[in-house]
Design a protein around this ligand. Structure first.
Ligand SMILES: *Cc1c(COP(=O)(O)O)cnc(C)c1O
Length: 348
């Protein structure tokens, strides 16, 4: 991406800030597989504290954090209930099946937000000749539904009822800090009833690499072993954890700007001919819009936008995703609006 461009393909494209790079250069390190990296230990303690839980584990990616949580929450041959467009169902290389031996039972839900009623209907009967439901996984914010949010009372009810039914509940909270800002509730509040939580440091929070898994001490002890089994034991990982600590302390308070930028983008788009989008549904940093009425394909529109210095992702034949983040300011957003408007108005 050239310096003049605006990259809205994902919030993963964010680059470490000067403060992060400084912290990385100065990080105290040790061998984390021996538990001797003081910076990783500090990050894990801080994450546990923020979530008001017993323990946390630094993992190389969100995908690994989800896989570890699913592996520990299931046995081979059991099922995982999730939403149809969930990241664990669509974008994790079928790892829950290939590695954990678990089987996804996806349910399509409006705006990606499941209710207990929908979940309850998919729990397998307790009969020996049926595979058994073991885990429910919710995604907050829901990425492919456009950064949508679980009202806390909805996710609370799902956790309570699932626990009564003998199921475990995992939170794919890659963007739980975005949810926290949008809902005006702490991450501890939003995540408190889940057995396990994964959140990303490398998305809106802007750290270069890494995610966290949070839960009970016993769960995290097992997660540490599972991480090693998957090849995720890292040595002087304090270099990465140092940037992650800065991300955790400094970034959540600025996510509101990303949400305002997404809202501005959505409101401008809703006025454009050829775009289908309800701007009221854009509450965090993800804008997914349809271009069916323009008669163009997402591939063509994305290519034309790229020529104008704007990068976006096609997420369907005629739908496009744009994600706001700390490396895009309001002027960048205005450029995106102009570029999209020109692109849709052009004949090609
Ligand atoms: C990005 C993402 C992940 C996975 O994170 P990686 O670090 O890219 O593996 C998991 N869940 C959701 C909802 C995501 O958006």
């Amino acid at each position: 991406m050239n310096v003049a461009g605006v990259d809205l393909r994902s919030d993963t494209v964010t680059r470490p800030t000067a403060a992060m790079r400084r912290a990385m250069a100065e990080a105290e390190v040790g061998d984390d597989v021996y538990g001797e990296d003081p910076t990783v230990n500090r990050l894990e303690t801080r994450a546990a504290e923020l979530f008001e839980r017993e323990a946390a584990l630094f993992v190389p990616s969100g995908s690994m954090g989800n896989l570890i949580s699913i592996k520990l929450g299931t046995r081979p041959g059991t099922e995982v209930i999730c939403e149809q467009k969930a990241h664990i169902n669509q974008y994790e290389m079928a790892s829950m099946a290939a590695i954990a031996g678990a089987f996804p039972r996806p349910i399509p839900a409006e705006d990606g937000i499941l209710s207990w009623k929908q979940i309850e209907a998919e729990i397998r009967p307790k009969t020996y000749y049926f595979s058994q439901t073991a885990l429910v996984s919710l995604e907050n914010t829901h990425n492919m539904a456009g950064g949508t949010l679980y009202p806390p009372e909805v996710s609370d009810e799902i956790c309570d009822r699932a626990h009564e039914a003998g199921l475990r509940v995992h939170l794919d909270g890659a963007r739980i800090f975005n949810a926290s800002v949008a809902l005006g509730a702490t991450v501890a509040r939003l995540a408190r009833k889940f057995d396990s939580v994964m959140f990303s440091l490398s998305k809106g929070l802007g750290a270069p690499v890494g995610s966290m898994v949070v839960g009970s001490r016993d769960f995290i002890t097992q997660a540490r072993a599972a991480r090693k089994m998957l090849g995720g034991g890292m040595r002087q990982a304090g270099i990465l954890a140092a940037a992650a600590i800065v991300a955790l302390e400094e970034s959540p308070k600025r996510l509101v700007e990303d949400h305002e930028n997404a809202r501005r983008l959505a409101e401008a788009m809703a006025e454009m001919r050829g775009v289908t989008l309800d701007p009221k549904k854009v509450r965090t940093n993800i804008v997914i819009f349809g271009i069916e009425r323009s008669g163009k394909t997402a591939a063509d529109v994305c290519a034309a936008l790229a020529k104008r210095g704007v990068l976006a992702s096609g997420v369907g034949k005629q739908s496009i995703r744009m994600v706001t983040h700390c490396d895009v300011d309001r002027a960048g957003i205005e450029r995106v609006i102009a570029a999209l408007s020109e692109t849709l108005a052009s004949r090609a």
